[in-house]
Design a protein around this ligand. Structure first.
Ligand code: AGP
Length: 628
């Protein structure tokens, strides 16, 4: 995904755009650029790489404009070179465009424009847009076409977006209309910010929040023209739309590192409060009746026969924990699918199914497409197949929120680090409470057992604080030992197997060290051949059904000279077995994942930081993947 911003108002546009882009850099950081209109000319500055490169370039240029657009890119079409950086312009330097998303029919449009004499200088899909707009402006001007209800630029953009196929959000400026910023949205997020005499647009609210918390969200098929005098919204069909702004409530929507070296570290340390917020959001404060306050309607659950979960990446790992919880606590068969796989090989439809889409950003293209497909498949069948869709997301304003009728919002606040940490924990909390809700409805747990689990969950925040406090320095020191390590194995079993997968993913994505998560009992069926003294094996072992078995699996690794790291409660056995023990409080196995996860997050963080890597913006990644 990419980030777009736009500004029209009374301040310096370039500074406002740079500040906005700083808050959107988590969306992509292959290149960045801005374009402004000043004294009847379009000025465009772009730079390959991170935003700092653009900032340095801009320091040498005077840009007093009061209107402009900006972009931070995650490369899809074309390499991360300056020539492919946004904004893109037409060949006469008249129109500039920034875009997030993909124009699927850009090849046909490009051929058509090339046949008309337009030349292309980038490998991107976006470049067709400024050419189309300028072509339409020319046509309208030469035909002396009167557009009495709107400006020519707005009309040219409208006609252009009607020719585009795919998912996109765009912002457009033109040198002939120096006080107009035109934006449009189709399947990619776009929000408009309003502050007296100043108007903003952005892919995400953090870019706008430093200036205003009064916003209007554009829906699919909507566009808007922003001028210093206000905002006019219309549909792609040209109909005027009246919308009312709303005020965003403040929470941890801060893009500030608050003294931490990296966002990721700050976000790891926010987890006790995230769990507290989850508990107060999802649990009732009433002493009588059900403790669950998810507010989901009964008919979502009536006669339910199975749960199917669709997700990608870390959200997929959280869903595996969710499967364990729903099956073990509510006795409901549950499957978890990679959304990217499910799209092309869906399961045969079974009736009375609850489909859950899990995506922290609410924008992951594969997850959204798989859910949409499922909705369509089920709508075409009889009532017992009717779609029952539930979303779990950290972004209530996301595309997912519009797609599904029911939502569990994880109150984790915005996550700036590309590697998910606190949002994963919040997803786990959502699954605990959903599983308890299902268990209560299906009467698979006694009220005493429900209460026991709820009490256990209420202790988690202080236990997280304890682990973070005790282990931060230990793990930081330990990380030096693994700076040059090339392969890491993470073992876990049962509810902690997904945590092993998540630990391996964290290490891979930010430290670039090869890591594999494996179910501990499966080691002997192959991967054990990888082990020698150079391979650290991190084993998660918590007292429960498979505790002794996991410790035996760790023994087997030790017998092959592997360096053994244990994430387990401290006792004689674990102190003796593991070369390094990262102790966690003794809790019931079913409650352990949020605690066993912490040393893994910290280890990944400190290894990456010790290796001098860009923890918050690892290479080749973006916070969410809005392309297939
Ligand atoms: C998390 O650390 C990853 N960067 C990535 O796997 C992520 O979880 C995945 O892309 C799914 O994102 P989503 O939750 O926003 O859908």
């Amino acid at each position: 995904m990419c980030g777009i911003v736009g500004y029209v108002g009374i301040q310096s546009a370039s500074e406002t755009l740079l500040e906005g882009l700083r808050h959107l850099e988590y969306r992509g950081y292959d290149s960045a650029g801005i374009a402004t209109v000043w004294e009847g000319e379009l000025h465009c500055v772009r730079a390959k790489g991170k935003l700092n490169n653009l900032r340095e370039k801009l320091e040498r240029i005077e840009m007093p404009a009061r209107i402009g657009i900006g972009h931070t890119r995650w490369a899809t079409h074309g390499k991360p070179e300056e020539c492919n950086a946004h904004p893109h312009r037409d060949q006469t330097n008249r129109v500039a465009v920034v875009q997030n998303g993909i124009i699927e029919n850009y090849r046909e449009l490009k051929q058509e424009l090339q046949a008309k004499g337009y030349t292309f200088v980038s490998e991107t899909d976006t470049e067709v847009i400024p050419h189309l707009i300028t072509n339409l402006l020319d046509q309208m001007q030469s035909a002396n076409e009167l557009v009495d209800y709107t400006s020519p630029l707005t009309e040219a953009v409208r006609r252009t977006v009607n020719r585009l196929e795919g998912a996109f959000a765009i912002a457009v400026i033109c040198k002939e209309y120096p006080d107009e910023l035109v934006v449009a949205r189709q399947q990619a997020p776009l929000v408009i910010g309003l502050a007296g005499g100043e108007y903003f647009c952005a892919s995400d609210v953090p870019a706008i929040l430093p200036y205003t918390n009064t916003v209007v969200k554009l829906e699919n098929g909507e566009m808007a023209t922003l001028t210093p005098l206000g905002v006019a919204i219309s549909s792609f069909a040209g109909d005027r739309i009246i919308k009312y702004p709303h005020v965003l409530k403040g929470n941890r929507m801060t893009a500030d590192k608050q003294g931490f070296r990296h966002y990721m570290l700050k976000e790891i340390h926010e987890q006790p409060d995230v769990v507290r917020d989850c508990l107060s959001t999802y649990l009732s404060s009433q002493s009588k009746g059900s403790p669950i306050a998810l507010g989901l309607p009964d008919d979502l659950f009536t006669d339910l026969q199975q749960v199917q979960i669709l997700a990608c990446g870390t959200s997929w790992h959280a869903s595996l924990v969710g499967k364990y919880l729903i099956e073990q606590l509510a006795s409901l068969p549950t499957t978890v699918h990679y959304a990217s796989e499910y799209r092309y090989a869906p399961s045969p439809l079974l009736p009375q199914t609850l489909m859950i889409g899990v995506t922290q950003s609410g924008e992951t293209a594969d997850t959204l497409a798989a859910l949409e497909m499922e909705h369509k498949r089920r709508t075409q069948r009889s009532t017992e197949f009717r779609p029952r869709l539930l979303g779990i997301t950290n972004r209530p304003e996301s595309t997912l929120a519009q797609l599904v009728p029911h939502l569990i919002v994880t109150p984790a606040g915005i996550e700036m680090g590309v590697a998910a940490t606190k949002t994963f924990t919040a997803q786990l909390m959502a699954f605990y409470i959903l599983a308890l809700d299902l268990a209560a409805r299906r009467q698979t747990l006694t009220p005493e057992r429900m209460e026991e689990i709820v009490v256990g969950l209420r202790h988690i925040p202080t236990q997280i604080e304890q682990v973070l406090y005790q282990q931060s320095t230990v793990i930081e020191e330990l990380s030096h030992r693994f700076q040059e390590t090339q392969d890491f194995i993470f073992l876990g079993r049962g509810i902690n197997f997904p945590i092993a997968l998540e630990g391996a993913l964290k290490l891979k994505e930010i430290s670039y060290i090869h890591a594999e998560g494996y179910p501990a009992g499966e080691m002997k069926h192959g991967p054990i051949a990888l082990l020698d003294a150079k391979v650290p094996v991190l084993t998660i072992a918590t007292p429960g059904a498979v505790y002794d078995k996991v410790l035996s699996n760790a023994q087997e690794a030790k017998a092959r000279d592997a360096q053994l790291i244990g994430v387990a409660p401290q006792d004689e056995q674990t102190a003796e077995l593991f070369d390094v023990l990262l102790p966690i409080p003794k809790v019931e196995e079913i409650l352990s994942p949020i605690l066993t996860l912490l040393p893994l997050q910290m280890l990944a963080y400190h290894i990456a930081a010790t290796r001098g890597l860009d923890v918050d913006q690892p290479r080749n990644l973006a916070k969410s993947v809005t392309v297939e």
